[in-house]
Design a protein around this ligand. Structure first.
Ligand SMILES: NC(=O)c1ccc[n+]([C@@H]2O[C@H](COP(=O)([O-])OP(=O)(O)OC[C@H]3O[C@@H](n4cnc5c(N)ncnc54)[C@H](O)[C@@H]3O)[C@@H](O)[C@H]2O)c1
Length: 348
């Protein structure tokens, strides 16, 4: 039996970069949204910007940690939540190596707490932000990664996300065995870039380590020159190649997953474009969009960076009929620049 279509969505991490874009997309698509975010890395300013962008939508905001299981369950019951989209996490690979317990605590522990709250409030649909970092280093010669590739993460960030995927699947099994319903989608994002095309919300990570905003902050003189970490990889120009998916396309993939979650569904899907771009190509695209040179220096390789991470996105295209609408780096980067150039201090 399929679930009724969901109407009321709880978004954890909705004050962060991707979460806020998802909230806006949901609000503009007629859903009512409850944001749960402790604002450790997110911004109250993002919630204010969302309310300004969608003044007629129902967007409520609860500032708390996903570790607060009882309060979470109460919020789910009170708002009659139909489905949860779980973005809340710590998301820096390097930091996860330095502070593994924080990563296990938030990315696995936070997800367990959320599952308990969903169980208690009888919420049976979950979309989980997973990552290509769960795959670790692809097998030599693999040009693209599909969902059947071995998942051997090489850092605590990827390991905790993979463990959370397993915990969600185990939880589903137990519910289905007892005759209940539970459906989930674990979406394994590749590198997310871009912003709202209307420039109403944007990307403001603190610290910022993502390539596109880092290039722009360097252009604006708000950070040191960008360090290109390694230019002797076995790629066309020697720099690492990644798959950059536009945040608007990523939100569309979540909406498609939400609609596809029948009562017993379990989806594990890559979200990427299937196209790779090198660090130098991204930097040049930023220079074209910003019409200024990106101050940059060449440095040594960073430990654990595979030369190439590109998604095989055939599965999501087949199952959800999703494919990226944004076809060029320039378009995504142009959207990002629209917000960042107008908000050089981010959310302040
Ligand atoms: N940005 C990318 O390229 C990318 C790639 C793959 C996967 N992801 C995943 O997507 C999700 C969102 O990433 P993002 O780039 O928007 O990061 P972000 O840091 O902007 O957003 C994460 C949000 O979670 C919140 N949060 C952290 N701990 C919390 C807690 N205990 N309770 C409640 N809220 C908490 C933060 O305050 C922040 O607002 C993460 O799960 C990340 O692992 C991101």
């Amino acid at each position: 039996m399929p679930f009724e279509s969901p109407k009321r969505i709880l978004v954890t991490g909705g004050a962060g970069y991707i979460g806020s874009h998802m909230v806006l997309r949901l609000a503009e698509s007629g859903y009512s949204v409850t944001i749960v975010d402790n604002c450790f890395r997110g911004h109250v300013g993002a919630v204010e910007a969302l309310r300004k962008a969608a003044p007629n939508a129902t967007i409520s905001f609860e500032q708390l940690s996903v570790h607060e299981t009882d309060r979470l369950a109460h919020i789910m019951r009170e708002n009659r939540i139909d489905a949860v989209i779980h973005f809340a996490a710590l998301a820096y690979v390097g930091e996860s190596v330095e502070r593994p317990l924080d990563y296990w605590w938030t990315n696995l522990g936070g997800t367990l707490s959320l599952l308990k709250a969903m169980n208690s409030a009888k919420v049976g649909r979950l979309i989980f932000s997973s990552t290509c970092a769960t795959y670790g280093v692809p097998t030599a010669g693999a040009n693209s990664i599909d969902e059947s590739c071995p998942q051997n993460p090489i850092n605590p960030y990827g390991a905790a996300k993979l463990a959370a995927e397993h915990a969600i699947a185990d939880h589903q099994n137990s519910i289905l065995r007892s005759g209940g319903d539970f459906a989930f989608a674990a979406l394994r994002y590749f590198n997310v870039i871009g912003s709202d095309p209307q420039g109403r919300i944007g990307e403001d990570h603190r610290p910022e380590s993502h390539l596109v905003p880092s290039c722009m902050l360097a252009v604006l003189g708000r950070r040191d020159p960008l360090c290109i970490m390694g230019d002797d990889y076995p790629t066309n120009d020697g720099t690492c190649v990644r798959d950059y998916v536009d945040v608007g396309d990523l939100c569309a993939a979540h909406l498609a997953a939400l609609k596809a979650l029948t009562a017993r569904e379990s989806l594990r899907l890559n979200v990427g474009t299937g196209r790779g771009h090198s660090v130098l190509e991204v930097l040049q695209a930023c220079e074209k969009v910003c019409q200024r040179a990106v101050p940059a220096v060449r440095g040594a390789r960073r430990d654990g960076d595979p030369p190439m991470l590109v998604a095989n996105a055939a599965q999501i295209q087949r199952l959800l009929r999703w494919s990226p609408a944004v076809r060029t780096l320039d378009e995504s980067i142009g959207n990002a620049w629209k917000w960042l150039s107008a908000n050089p201090n981010g959310y302040g």
